[in-house]
Design a protein. Structure first.
Length: 325
């Protein structure tokens, strides 16, 4: 009753920003992401009759507290589905998602845990069932079941049975690159969970955010299909700016941006003015991700590294979905 799975993180081009149901994680809008090969988690789940509680190690360190509780709570879902409530596991995760790179490790982490855990206990899930399960650990993780471009369909049902990700185009459809621009690390004051909740509950701009989603999704999908980089980049950048605008309309208002975040955004726009196609997107934190095409890799990387306040630039290609090792 042992399995090992590898999952990559993903970057949303149309953002997930708000829940309509918090316990089983149901979103207020569809989102669409690109899975990245550079950042991943490998997890082994080993269910053993003789254990009386779960054991969790992350990068060979024994974990307790909130992170441990999240893992056992998620394993409870798997145990319940398998009808094996009293079977505990040794969970061993290796994270290749440096926190300094500004990616949440929760996407690759929950996708790898869901895949390894469900396989180890013998659930035999389809990709769709696996995505639905993964969603309940962390919303964005349900998209990491697939490689390349994936869309999380929000669904309509109260039980979440129609809320899961679907593949839009595989990793080899189009070699779009992403540079993760790392800024001076500071702990964020508002977690993504808290930020999206405050925004849904109080932001004056929240309905405007939701109104724009169908058009953004349509444009992004057309752009991906026809490998139209300008269309994809413009749509992703505008969608990111609308998401961040909702935080300024919240009560109390907040922003994830630092002065250096703005500096990177302005540099990307200046690159475009100089004929190098590049676009930015930003998640619930200060770091910026820059989309570009392979032929511009050298100039994009150099330009980003030269910005004062940038401490590192990590490059990534489209990545694969879940694999079992
Ligand atoms: C996303 N983010 O689509 C968006 C864009 C942040 C900004 O998904 O509460 O860690 O675990 O479902 O997935 C970050 O939130 O939130 C996120 P939970 P999650 O990638």
């Amino acid at each position: 009753m042992k399995a090992t799975a590898k999952a990559h993180t993903n970057i949303a081009l149309i953002k997930y920003w708000g829940k309509r149901e918090e316990k089983i994680i149901l979103p207020t809008n569809n989102s669409l992401s690109l899975t990245l090969d550079g950042f991943y988690t490998t997890t082994t789940v080993d269910f053993q009759e003789e254990l009386s509680a779960d054991i969790f190690t992350l990068n060979d360190q024994s974990i307790s507290g909130v992170q441990y509780d999240q893992v056992t709570k998620f394993l409870d879902l798997i145990r319940k589905s398998a009808g094996k409530d009293n079977l505990f596991a040794h969970v061993k995760s290796i994270n290749e998602v440096p926190t300094a790179a500004g990616f949440a490790s929760s996407a690759s982490g929950f996708a790898a845990l869901a895949a390894a855990g469900s396989k180890a206990i013998g659930l035999g899930l389809s990709d769709q069932e696996l995505s639905r399960l993964t969603r309940q650990g962390s919303g964005s993780a349900c998209r990491s079941v697939y490689g390349g471009f994936a869309e999380w369909e929000m669904g309509k049902k109260a039980d979440g049975s129609d809320s899961y990700a679907v593949p839009i185009a595989p990793a080899d459809h189009w070699d779009v690159r992403v540079a993760a621009v790392v800024l001076t690390a500071k702990m964020k004051k508002v977690s993504s969970r808290e930020g999206m909740k405050r925004t849904v509950d109080t932001s004056a701009f929240y309905s405007g955010w939701l109104d724009g989603i169908p058009q953004d999704l349509k444009q992004l999908k057309e752009g991906i299909k026809h490998r139209d980089f300008e269309k994809v980049g413009q749509t992703a950048e505008a969608n990111c700016l609308k998401m961040h605008a909702t935080t300024l309309g919240a009560n109390p208002p907040f922003t994830y941006w630092l002065d250096t975040t703005m500096a990177v955004m302005q540099t990307v726009q200046a690159m475009r003015a100089n004929g190098i196609l590049a676009y930015f997107t930003i998640d619930a934190g200060p770091n910026v991700k820059v989309l570009y095409l392979p032929e511009n890799e050298k100039s994009v990387e150099k330009t980003l590294r030269d910005i004062p306040g940038v401490t590192d630039v990590r490059l990534s290609k489209p990545g694969q979905g879940i694999t079992y090792l």
